[in-house]
Write a protein that binds this ligand. Sequence first.
Ligand code: ADP
Ligand code: MG
Length: 679
Amino acid sequence: MISARTDLAELPVLPAREVAALAAAGFRTAAGVLDHLPKRYEDRRRFDLFPNQPTSAAVCLRGMVIDTSKRHFRSGKGFYEAVVMNGEGGVFGSGKITCRWFNMPFIHKLVAAGQEVIVYGKVKDSNGRLIIDHPDFEILREEDEPGQSIHLERIVPIYRNIAGLAQRRLREIIHLLLLQCDPASLDGPFDADPATPRATALRTVHFPDSAGQAAAARRRFALEEFFTLQLNVAWRRMRHLEQRGRVLGRRTTLLTAFYNSLPFDLTEAQKRSIREIIADMRQPRPMNRLLQGDVGSGKTFVAMAAMLLAVDSGCQAALMAPTQILAEQHYLTFRRWLEPLGVRVALRTANRDETNHIELAGAPQMIIGTHALLHDEALFGDLGLIVIDEQHKFGVAQRAALIRRGLVPDVLVMTATPIPRTLTMTIYGDLDVSLLDEKPPGRGKIITAVRESSKQTDVTRFVKEQLASGRQAYLVYPLVEESENLKAESATEAFEKWRKRLPGHEVGLIHGKLKPEEKEEVMRRFREGDTAALVSTTVIEVGVDVPNASVMILHHAERFGMAQIHQLRGRIGRGGHKGYCILLTDGKNPEAMEKLKVLEQTSDGFEIAEADLRLRGPGDVLGTQQSGLADLRFTDFLADTVLLREARAMADKVIAEDPALEGAHRALRQLIQDGLHGT
Ligand code: ADP
Ligand code: MG
């Protein structure tokens, strides 16, 4: 028996060349190699029939190489081909498939006629021939007798490739290490399932007897991974609870005056969120709360209420927005509602024009700005509350940077990106969550429709009608300038076209390349109704609020993400008019069409997020960098609510028993990534 912790180089079981290949891939111990779990399995007790047409899914075929050749396209680009014939002599289906490799100069040394092989991949049609490009390819040997081999007549693990090791050899090494390692040395700091030793689970996950066994074993390792994630979350939460903050929000004079000044009632969801925030602020520890609400659910008013509480307690409150436009817009909204109450509001952005230096009769009580305000030391004399709008644009790191300044302000994070609940728990597990699950009344309904780009004339007519009845329109484009790869109609070009299409109306143009003061001027003209239609890129994505705008035309809609479109269309139907969002697309990509259809059918942000998750997977949906999910191996389990809850309960229990992880759980300290995610 060997210890799984021993350096591979010290083990006599592997040749030096293989140890070097493993080391190059980052594996230094047997335990490390055994953690290289299969990416999939092949049931080699039965194979697929040779297809006689292209397939939409990968097939697994067993056959004989009957011919190989080096070839090249007319362009000169070379490739290698191997024709594989059905072992049944062509009785079933076509009986022949061509495997093709590009840029693999050594492949001809490995593949030769007469070999018995297993190939795996999607079959496509190329000029009447059925082809698999770059298949998973494995050559069988004579010793692969039924019942004897780990490579045949059983469920066989397939691994992500490691350079310098054939799939078959890697499988043998893993099999060997599983036999040779002392089971106790394979235990980790955390045992997800005491009933089954970890060594046994590893054997099962690599060499299962059934698909069910494999799934159960994978789930155990997923649980291990999510436990680690949750332990970090629980750890952060615990450290957070230990911080001393100040007690704010006892006085509510300003808040009451604010309520009385509003021409409408707050929604029940807004009131509930404000109550939760008050309770947090009155605690002697800092608030750390996420306010989640779909576009238009009224987050700004909740933020105002929280900030008024801070001001009433004699300290400052800051609101940080992701873009200049948004900061400026918030600033106007705040002044409109709060100056009558005597609150001094200041704007602080990187662009220090005169609005930044408006004379106040004293130090500002509220500061609205972009992240530029983070760098303004003078502002932070007495900061009691900081509100971060649209958290996803900032990312976890910036939130942490803010809090690491040594100030211990209350923090309220606001986001309109609907995140499925299970993911909220995983990513924002250290934040308390308030949910605005209700929209203010009197909202115009938004009707969304997918249309072919060729219908531009109809679309133009519709826009004209809306403008004629006094409404305004957003005409949105995915790119600012002509790019070589994407021949998207650029906003600048489109602007000229729309000016011709809409004679008698002022058309504006806004995009990211404009100077901040130019942007603000364009937005001001649109807000005040001087321009009837605004050609824009996605700079208007978050938060822009022009209630009279009722139409949005999204060009090349297939290029936008689902969440992004949902955000964008939240810009219309804000003033009680019916809103119309038209998604223009060439309709060529079926996946894109499916995505757009979902948006046509539902306006529920959570439903859209779930669909997005299903269609694209969590990594793409969340932007792994920001969500801290970059290193997850078991992203496919992110939708498994039961597993996530289980992991969370386990982590909570550990932290509750041993908050500093100094006692019985000392070994778990190595799973904590201090500082990586901030607080
Ligand atoms: P969010 O930031 O969540 O997208 P906002 O706070 O910008 O939403 O609010 C959207 C619009 O709804 C604004 O025009 C705002 O004045 C209005 N609004 C907010 N709360 C209410 C309410 N309780 N009743 C009526 N209108 C409201
Ligand atoms: Mg907002």
